[in-house]
Design a protein around this ligand. Structure first.
Ligand SMILES: Cc1cc2nc3c(=O)[nH]c(=O)nc-3n(C[C@H](O)[C@H](O)[C@H](O)COP(=O)(O)OP(=O)(O)OC[C@H]3O[C@@H](n4cnc5c(N)ncnc54)[C@H](O)[C@@H]3O)c2cc1C
Length: 229
């Protein structure tokens, strides 16, 4: 049987594509080589435009309820607050979501997986794309199942949602232009006390070079992102 769409990768990209196609009545098969979804917070900020798209598939309310609205940014130099900007007001009247939303990626993925499950689609775990070929009117993909056996899967389309080290991108020789920062960054989700733990965004502009404190939901929880010096 030819699948209409084989989605490789169940990170945010693959999950949203699966949701959207399913809502449009297109059948999908979504696979991921990992045994379970990610358990770390990773990408935090959900942009206004994403929420506007989510509204079209009845997902915005759930996501907004789970997240923290980011409407104020503070900037500090040597332990003194030098600026406080309410950028939330800028989008009022332009969008129903005039803010960025802080919603950790692991929780976000769980919401997407649950919504897909409600629509009858389950992510097939521990199924890995090994390679594929373009057969004109279809794609022939080679998959390795959880039990180690191989499966031939034919699909009208293959969607490469398989992240930074994409097998699909390699197979198409698309390349991945761009570079990496010379700096080493740290990322830490913490419980802490102090003036920066007030549910707002805080950034240091001094010799710390780069340090941002993002509020997380819950009492005195925050994400720190900075540069290792
Ligand atoms: C520590 C950390 C912090 C981060 N912080 C931020 C942040 O603050 N803001 C931000 O915007 N981004 C952040 N990111 C990046 C963000 O997590 C990624 O941009 C995002 O996950 C990309 O989503 P994706 O769905 O495209 O790919 P991924 O999330 O990488 O998902 C790809 C999926 O494909 C699967 N896969 C890969 N190859 C195959 C194969 N051959 N067969 C089957 N399955 C396969 C993988 O198992 C994976 O589940 C962070 C990342 C890390 C690691």
């Amino acid at each position: 049987m030819i699948q209409p769409v084989l989605i490789v990768g169940a990170g945010p990209t693959g999950l949203v594509l699966a949701l959207w196609l399913t809502r449009l009545g297109v059948k999908v098969r979504i696979i991921d080589k990992t045994a379970e979804p990610g358990t770390t917070s990773r990408a935090l900020a959900v942009q206004t435009r994403t929420l506007e798209f989510y509204r079209q598939i009845d997902l915005a309310t759930t996501v907004v309820e789970h997240g923290v609205r980011l409407v104020v940014a503070n900037f500090w130099v040597r332990a003194t607050r030098v600026a406080r900007a309410r950028f939330g007001d800028g989008g009022v009247g332009l969008s129903p979501f005039p803010y960025a939303l802080i919603f950790p990626q692991d929780e976000h993925e769980r919401v997407l997986i649950e919504r897909l499950r409600e629509l009858g689609v389950t992510v097939e775990r521990r199924v890995e794309l090994l390679g594929f070929e373009d057969a004109g009117d279809r794609v022939r993909a080679r998959l390795r199942r959880a039990d180690g056996t191989e499966e031939a899967c034919e699909a009208a389309y293959i969607a490469g949602c398989d992240g930074a080290h994409s097998t699909v991108r390699d197979g198409l020789a698309i390349g991945f232009p761009g570079g990496t920062y010379a700096h080493v960054f740290y990322v830490a989700d913490v419980e802490a006390r102090g003036p920066a733990m007030d549910g707002e965004l805080h950034g240091a502009l001094d010799e710390a070079e780069f340090l941002v404190v993002f509020p997380l939901k819950g009492n005195r929880r925050a994400r720190l992102i900075g540069v290792v010096r």
